[in-house]
Design a protein. Structure first.
Length: 321
């Protein structure tokens, strides 16, 4: 019956009046979303210190560099490459210890190292000043780059940068709660992660992180085997970082407040609570920043609202060309 009605034909047994009524025009089937072409093959850039980074790029025009978060790699941005390539030249790269990179481990690895890599890549590929788009730990990398090398950046987009040290520097009316939140992160997330990775227990370290940020001590156990395998594929950055490096390097609020770049922040209203506190502080500190909060989004706003995120970044870039 529903199929007949959709074509405008009266079903068998309909009244004569119904049969004499004008037939409705056939309803066109809903159009499927456009299919993105496969992402371009990865290329490599060799940095002066011998680090090799894999990246993909497409299009022509101003460079838009995407920096992924933890437990991820350049493929996180696959669905953004083609749309951005219509107007710009997007780059998505994997940070030094993420798939498919195979760089030698160093002591003291942190987001500062990743920021130095990003600066070296921009210079080596002659991309400055570039539009930088960072998500999560990639946003922390981008934030450090903005502090240390603002001359390399045209615009800056931060999607929930875990600038955890700012929790110790909140205004007086928030200082006590901020310090308590910081202490809890260090005691119940960072310390057990460090202990697990120091013993070579990668899955236990990742499980600690997942359980903590999701506020559920059984969150990791709810992952399917495939989800666990996909997540652990990019755990090497923590294998290198946690035993001798720093997960959340120190950052001075005064240095953040000195940023003079066109800046956009993307936040998910349903994200991890500590990131909401940090984002509110970044919004307070960075002069002229625009913050877009998606009411129904989690920390993965780029996957949940790819078109809206892209539109916000495009608006920022076009306003400062």
């Amino acid at each position: 019956m529903a199929a007949a009605a959709a074509t405008g034909l009266a079903p068998v047994g309909a009244t004569a009046a119904a049969r004499r009524s004008p037939a409705k025009r056939p309803t066109a089937p809903p159009q499927a979303p456009p299919q993105l072409r496969p992402p371009p093959p990865p290329e490599v850039v060799d940095l002066p210190d011998g680090t090799r980074l894999h990246y993909v790029t497409d299009g022509l025009g101003e460079a838009v560099i995407f920096v992924h978060g933890s437990l991820s790699d350049y493929t996180y941005w696959n669905d953004q490459i083609e749309p951005f390539a219509d107007r710009y030249r997007p780059f998505a790269y994997s940070r030094r210890y993420n798939w498919p990179n195979d760089n030698r481990p160093i002591k003291g690895y942190s987001a500062i190292t990743d920021s130095n890599d990003l600066a070296a890549m921009i210079v080596r590929l002659n991309l400055a000043p570039a539009h930088i788009v960072g998500h999560s730990f990639g946003a922390l990398t981008a934030l450090i780059l903005a502090i240390q090398h603002p001359e390399l950046i045209h615009t800056l987009t931060l999607a929930e940068a875990p600038a955890v040290s700012l929790l110790k520097q909140l205004p007086p009316d928030q200082a006590k709660d901020g310090k308590a939140m910081y202490d809890d992160i260090m005691a119940h997330m960072v310390a057990p992660m460090r202990a697990a990775f120091a013993k070579g227990k990668d899955e236990a370290g990742v499980a600690t992180f997942i359980d903590y940020v999701r506020g559920d001590p059984g969150a990791w156990d709810k992952f399917t085997d495939q989800q666990k395998a996909d997540t652990l594929k990019d755990a090497r950055e923590w294998e290198v970082m946690l035993p001798t490096g720093t997960l959340f390097p120190e950052m001075r609020a005064a240095d953040v407040a000195a940023i003079k770049l066109p800046t956009l922040m993307l936040s998910g209203a349903k994200s991890y609570p500590f990131l909401g506190v940090i984002d509110a502080e970044l919004e307070r500190l960075i002069p002229g920043v625009k913050r877009v909060t998606f009411p129904d989004a989690t920390h993965q706003m780029w996957l949940e609202h790819p078109d809206l995120c892209r539109a916000a970044v495009t608006q920022l870039i076009d306003a400062h060309r």
